[in-house]
Design a protein around this ligand. Structure first.
Ligand code: HEC
Length: 256
């Protein structure tokens, strides 16, 4: 730098405190590093090679062509067995349970009530009774007038039984039975254990029994044979069901 140059008033860096070559070198290497960092930050977003795009296009073309040609893969007819007719289960038109004859339906449900309420625990699953409870098989009060039997089930019994023998006390075991359950258990004991009255106590009759029981002076207290004979030695009002009437096996109501 000559002393008569326009910038002569600026002092030349005689001491050369800045090594220009070195300084440039540092700037160059730093900017290279920055560029590298940028590339690393782009990871995953690098532009795809043209060859990859072309290869994908070829695969799509071939695949599409194959799928388009083999129409049988998607042919509904190919999956149908010839002359196939879907089977219809018996009674399928009737969505409810299959109707049963009244005597069978009431007895089946009655047996369940007999066990569930606990009759079987005292009188035995075979109804033959024992030392603690009388036999229901062949009992005159089981096969006799329905109102007498219903009163024993709803209120219990104390004192002499139908045979004159006194077993102690039976409580109001069936007090909470619903009319259909009472009708069912009565029908069961009247036609089970070798008994055969061949009648079906209707729900209507069982409801009448519950009404008569509620009208007692002391509903729920065990009856004596005297009270039974004086007030309840009769058939229940209402019509018994024909044993062959078709009924709903669960609700026990007649079906058309
Ligand atoms: C806890 C035991 C016990 C249970 C449960 C019980 N009983 Fe009794 N049952 C007796 C006893 C005891 C007698 C006799 C009472 C007496 O000597 O006065 C009796 C009497 C009877 C009699 C009178 C029989 C006759 O010939 O005199 C009938 C009918 C009867 N029970 C039906 C039933 C039915 C139906 C059920 C279920 C709903 C039932 N019992 C549940 C203990 C029981």
């Amino acid at each position: 730098m000559s002393s008569n140059s326009p910038q002569s008033n600026q002092k030349p860096d005689l001491d050369e405190t800045i090594n220009v070559t070195q300084a440039h070198g540092r700037v160059a290497s730093e900017s290279a590093a920055t560029a590298r960092e940028h590339r690393i930050a782009d990871n995953g977003h690098e532009p795809i090679s043209l060859w990859v795009i072309v290869a994908c296009g070829v695969v799509l073309l071939i695949g599409g062509g194959v799928l388009g040609n083999v129409t049988s893969w998607f042919d509904y007819q190919a999956l149908v067995k010839p002359n196939y007719v879907r089977g219809v289960p018996e009674g399928a038109e009737n969505t409810g349970p299959v109707a049963k004859e009244a005597l069978a339906a009431y007895s089946t449900k009655g047996q369940k009530v007999y066990t569930a309420v606990g009759c079987s625990g005292c009188h035995g699953p075979d109804g033959r009774g024992g030392a603690a409870a009388p036999s229901l098989a062949g009992s005159a009060w089981v096969t006799g007038n329905t109102q007498k039997l219903s009163m024993i089930i709803l209120n219990g019994l104390k004192g002499p039984t139908s045979t004159g023998k006194d077993y102690g006390v039976m409580g109001a075991i069936g007090a909470n039975l619903k009319p259909d359950e009472l009708a069912a258990v009565m029908t069961y004991v009247r036609n089970g254990f070798g008994n055969s009255t061949s009648d079906v106590v209707s729900i209507e009759m069982a409801q009448a029994a519950k009404d008569a029981s509620a009208k007692r002076d002391a509903p729920g207290s065990s009856l004596t044979s005297d009270e039974l004979m004086a007030k309840h030695n009769q058939m229940l009002p209402g019509v018994a069901l024909e044993p062959t009437t078709k009924v709903d096996p669960v609700k026990l109501t007649p079906v058309p």
